[in-house]
Design a protein around this ligand. Structure first.
Ligand code: HPA
Length: 240
């Protein structure tokens, strides 16, 4: 079974034929919402909306540990994480779809590990390659079968939010080597790694990051472009 974590632009997954829902409790509290089970084509899928089905949980308030724990507890073999990002690199324009290959974590204060407490041995998981290579390649191959272009390599900067960044912050992220910026990529990727669940991400570029498009970053969000790429993203999931 494959897990899909829906982002703010995908709180429901129209291509999912739903069979049932299940409320899962975890030692880390409640996930964002009940898990939705079903099928996309022949593939068994479990879906969770990261921000809740009402899209009301802000990035810094998401219980990432409970979400990843819940998916692991129902036996998923991989997680495809959908997210919205702003474009930093000049060729990553609004409407692009991106499968990042690396990330930089600028978040703070989030519950970011399962290994805490004096009764737990310290475990240093390797995160040199935060995204699972095989799942990334499957996503890229699915995009190709669907006849859609995706950006194959990019570095995802994860900011704290929920506000957008200042122009100087984006200039700094660019100097750091980031290509796109979003708010939910971490600690999700690291938590999946801690539990040994293959994790890859497919992102919709919803806007130019601050200072790179119009003066006001919020005005860079174009709902027609976003609707188009949300539809393309679902075609990739169907192909996958
Ligand atoms: N910054 C941070 N997160 C985002 C953005 C952005 O510009 N767009 C979508 N998620």
């Amino acid at each position: 079974m494959l897990a899909i974590i829906g982002g703010s632009r995908l709180a429901k997954l129209p291509v999912l034929e739903v069979t049932h829902r299940q409320v899962v409790r975890t030692p880390y509290g409640d996930p964002s919402c009940a898990l939705t089970f079903g099928r996309v084509g022949q593939q068994s899928v479990v879906f969770i909306a990261r921000h809740g089905y009402g899209n009301s949980i802000a990035p810094h308030e998401i219980n990432y540990r409970a979400n990843i724990w819940a998916l692991h507890s129902v036996g998923v073999k991989g997680v495809v994480a959908i997210g919205s990002v702003g474009g930093i690199r000049p060729d990553i324009t609004p409407g692009s779809l991106v499968v990042p290959h690396d990330l930089i974590d600028y978040t703070w204060g989030r519950k970011h590990t399962f290994f805490e407490g004096a009764d737990r041995a310290i475990k240093r998981v390797d995160l040199s390659a935060p995204y699972d290579d095989r799942l990334r390649l499957l996503l890229l191959a699915a995009a190709e079968r669907a006849g859609l272009d995706v950006v194959r390599d990019s570095v995802y900067a994860v900011t704290q939010g929920p506000r957008l960044e200042t122009c100087a912050e984006i200039a700094r992220l660019e100097r750091d080597g980031a290509d796109v910026v979003g708010m939910t990529g971490m600690p999700e990727a690291a938590l999946a790694r801690e539990l040994g669940v293959p994790y890859a991400s497919l992102c919709i570029v919803t806007n130019w990051a601050s200072g790179l498009g119009l003066q006001d970053a919020a005005a860079n969000f174009n709902s027609d472009i976003i609707a188009g790429s949300t539809e393309q993203l679902q075609r990739i999931l169907q192909a996958l």
